[in-house]
Design a protein around this ligand. Structure first.
Ligand code: 5GP
Length: 234
């Protein structure tokens, strides 16, 4: 498929125009960043693995009725996706305490949460993606109450599905981040799951050893990121 002009470049992906109406091409780069862009590297092959893993997950989510932007994978690094207007909020779902939750609230690392915890962060690099509350989202009208409740519920469904899927292959889904976007088709606006779901956006631990199989290998200089992502892909 012929790529059009570059529409947007993020830290790990590039969006190009496509020849088809309302569709764009999502290109997965090998770039890795952490700590609000302070740590950067290129990891050969990461984009290929994330493209494949995210395709698998979004296809499966689609099959259980979770509408998302994926149309099809085009090649090793690219997917054809629906054009969406990204909602500037990161939805974080946690099953086990780690990362910023343990730092912020002093919760013991590895604590299994009684219920999945959903947190919201404003997507704003300059401000360091600050944690926001449901009230912030409603006050500033980033979403209305119906949209927010719908996304909250969708996050829980995604979590249930992913937890089961990973558990079946000996991996604990510790936490993950998802993003949603608005599509405007035939005069109708709809919210759908967008972006990617991959070891870049999830924390995944081996069920028995708690070995980290995700981007924390880069964040914490643990090495062997590609073998870990390959294990997830398999
Ligand atoms: P934490 O808030 O503990 O740093 O991250 C919680 C979860 O959300 C982790 O799985 C982490 O990978 C994901 N996450 C949070 N913010 C971002 C982000 O800006 N980019 C990516 N790729 N993942 C994020």
């Amino acid at each position: 498929m012929k790529k059009g002009k570059k529409l947007y470049e993020g830290k790990a992906k590039i969006i190009y125009a496509s020849p088809e109406k309302n569709l764009v091409i999502q290109h997965f780069k090998d770039d890795a960043t952490a700590f609000n862009n302070q740590k950067k590297a290129t990891i050969d092959g990461k984009g290929i693995l994330n493209n494949r893993i995210s395709e698998y997950i979004l296809q499966n989510l689609n099959q259980i009725g979770i509408k998302n932007h994926l149309v099809k994978r085009i090649n090793m690094r690219e997917q054809l996706i629906k054009f969406v207007e990204i909602i500037p909020i990161e939805f974080i779902v946690r099953n086990i305490a780690t990362g910023s939750l343990t730092k912020r609230l002093g919760i013991e690392e590895g604590t299994v949460l009684n219920h999945p915890l959903i947190e919201y962060c404003l997507k704003n690099d300059k401000l360091g993606d600050p944690l926001i509350s449901r009230e912030h989202i409603l006050t500033f009208e980033w979403l209305n109450v119906i949209e927010l409740d719908w996304i909250y519920n969708e996050c829980k469904r995604i979590n249930d599905f992913l937890q089961g899927m990973f558990r079946a292959v000996g991996i604990k889904l510790v936490d993950f981040k998802v993003e949603f976007g608005l599509t405007h088709e035939s005069g109708k606006t709809q919210i759908i799951l967008a972006d990617e779901i991959s070891p870049d956006t999830c924390r995944l631990w081996d069920s028995i050893t708690d070995k980290k199989l995700d981007k924390d290998r880069f964040r914490k200089d643990l090495g062997d990121l590609i073998p870990a992502y390959t294990e997830v892909a398999k």
